[in-house]
Design a binder for this molecule. Structure first.
Ligand code: AGP
Length: 571
């Protein structure tokens, strides 16, 4: 949440070039945005609006905000400045002891202009600099601040950017004649494939042609430059109206690429992954949101092979997980930066569990915390809603389950997805019938239960319709009271699951408008597979297309739904 960028260059860059970089991080939050280059300061609410001014600079920091402390106002937008305007900062994270620091700084005469926790950072440095050097102040900051931060700081009279990190992601992109600091590699992956990833409690002083890294004691450290692979062309929207539909349509391609990688570049990691699972006494997944639904499918598939596994929602992991050194914890995540997952993994590390992961963004924090990590290889997903990354997460989990005996021919998965996508027009008609409804219920049993939850989540976040994804069998224990004449109920029925059919009948008898998504029987949507594993993926794709078309009918901001951000880096 929140994206930050720092640019420092030999040659001048335009305001437009700087903002184009920020645009690449807009998916991290789009409540407000800001810019500072030692001469001008811009702070505005709303989606990033590239200024028309013909202004050039050699240094700048930028920010795109997902609000936590303080409402969505121009004042609360970053950058924030010290009273003397000598220090300007952008921040991603949460300063937990900000109130205490703020009270102290106010006593010392500082005047605050915003309601944010972040503004204390600027005043903190202003105060420290009265008695200490900037480097000493950075050391104090790391040792005195409680909470999480990726901070970029410019001191007006200096031509350098100070960068400090704990828990919030921060990376330095090594580019020709310039250095770029950013929340993630997307900001510069079009011009460089080399980066240095900050670890916790490190800081750096970055100049146009030089950089120095330090640990929390101010001791200089040598950092390794990492080369990363990224398929840049995929992040362009091209002919599509929205990233969401572009990303859904890429699903067959990314599935093929992923499966091919298991025979080639990911072969050895895949084998290690399987070995580690085999050796462990207990298998525990950890994930959030859509990734949690994928992991729940993973649990189902393993269970079908007689392998005991569980999954826990990351934000509750600490409260419900019993783990020891013989446990393997498998993190499933698109961004690799979800704070709830990181927090759960830290807990698992303390208990000495082994950590492995399934991650889309290479070199992300979670990937770097893992003993082995499998790349999801979905390419950049720009739309806030996870679509193709979910499909590839499930594909990985199916490939893993197959190693334990799950029956599936993965070679036909991509063609089946293509057939599912061809039903778009049929799905569009269903969307047109129900997009004005206030509530939608999605029912599943067994493997289709996680999918029901995933479809409901997609409906909520993209179409803004209240939806509940439920176990078909649980409905009669209460929720059925809400079913009225015409209430849309989507029933996911795999392989003539008679119990699920009965649940559909029960709501039909009470006047619900039942939409059957089924194979092996005549449904409203026929899922082109007889395999349970593939049914899960294909039924979820039905949900993605349904949601997309309902949101289109409702004229909603599909790629950037309100209040959300793609990478959830706060607890
Ligand atoms: C999905 O559409 C989401 N917007 C969200 O639930 C997401 O899946 C969740 O925040 C987890 O993210 P991750 O996969 O990057 O860890």
């Amino acid at each position: 949440m929140c994206g930050i960028i720092g640019l420092i260059s030999e040659q001048e860059f335009t305001l437009k070039e700087a903002f184009m970089k920020l645009k690449k991080l807009e998916y991290r939050g789009y409540d407000s945005f800001g810019y500072y280059d030692t001469e001008i300061l811009i702070k505005k609410t709303g989606h990033i609006d590239i200024p028309r001014k013909n202004k050039k600079s050699k240094i700048a920091i930028l920010h795109t905000r997902w609000a936590t402390h303080g409402g969505v106002t121009d004042y609360n937008a970053h950058p924030h400045q010290s009273c003397d305007k000598n220090i300007t900062i952008v921040h991603n994270g949460i300063i937990e002891n900000y109130q205490e620091l703020k009270d102290d700084l106010i006593k010392r005469g500082h005047k605050f202009r915003s309601e944010t926790d972040s503004e204390v950072v600027a005043h903190y440095f202003e105060e420290k600099l009265k008695t200490k050097s900037i480097k000493e102040s950075c050391v104090d900051f790391i040792n005195e601040i409680k909470g999480t931060f990726a901070v970029l700081l410019i001191k007006k009279d200096e031509n350098r950017i100070y960068a400090l990190k704990r828990d919030s992601p921060l990376v330095l992109g090594i580019c020709n004649n310039k250095n770029i600091l950013a929340s993630d590699i997307y900001a510069f992956s079009d011009i460089s494939d080399e980066a240095i990833f900050f670890e916790n409690d490190e800081f750096a002083i970055v100049e146009k042609d030089n950089y120095m890294f330090f640990d929390q004691h101010g001791k200089k450290i040598n950092k390794k430059i990492q080369k990363f692979l990224w398929e840049q062309e995929e992040s362009e929207k091209k002919k599509f109206r929205h990233y969401m539909i572009k990303e859904i349509m890429e699903e067959p391609k990314v599935v093929k690429r992923l499966l091919f990688s298991f025979k080639t570049e990911q072969k050895s990691n895949f084998n290690k992954f399987i070995e580690l699972i085999k050796k462990s006494k207990k298998i525990l997944f950890i994930a959030a949101g859509t990734s949690y639904h994928a992991s729940l499918l993973g649990v189902y598939y393993l269970h079908e092979c007689g392998i005991e596994a569980q999954t826990l929602i990351a934000s509750e992991f600490r409260h419900f997980a019993t783990i020891d050194k013989e446990t393997i914890v498998i993190a499933v995540t698109q961004s690799g930066e979800t704070m709830d997952v990181i927090d759960g993994l830290k807990y698992a590390q303390k208990k000495r569990a082994k950590i492995i992961s399934i991650v889309n963004v290479p070199y992300s924090t979670i990937q770097r915390m893992s003993e082995v990590s499998l790349n999801i290889l979905a390419g950049q997903e720009v739309c806030v809603a996870a679509t193709k990354s979910f499909v590839n997460q499930v594909t990985i989990l199916l490939a893993i389950a197959k190693e334990f005996g799950f029956k599936i021919n993965l070679d036909t998965l991509a063609p089946r997805i293509e057939s599912m996508l061809k039903q778009e027009n049929k799905i569009k008609k269903i969307a047109a019938e129900i997009y004005m409804k206030n509530d939608i219920y999605v029912l599943g049993r067994g493997l289709s239960y996680p999918v029901a939850r995933e479809v409901a989540l997609k409906i909520k976040e993209i179409s803004y319709i209240h939806a509940e994804g439920m176990m078909g069998g649980e409905l009669k224990h209460g929720t059925i009271a809400l079913i009225e004449k015409g209430t849309p109920v989507i029933a996911l029925i795999s392989n003539k699951d008679y119990d699920m059919l009965s649940n559909a009948k029960e709501v039909e008898a009470r006047g619900a408008n039942v939409i059957k998504v089924a194979n092996e029987l005549n449904g409203d949507i026929n899922v082109p597979t007889s395999n349970d594993g593939k049914f899960g993926v294909l039924a979820a794709i039905f949900g993605q297309l349904l949601t997309y078309h309902m949101a289109l009918e409702r004229n909603l901001p599909i790629d950037k739904p309100r209040n959300l951000a793609k990478s959830v880096t706060v607890k």
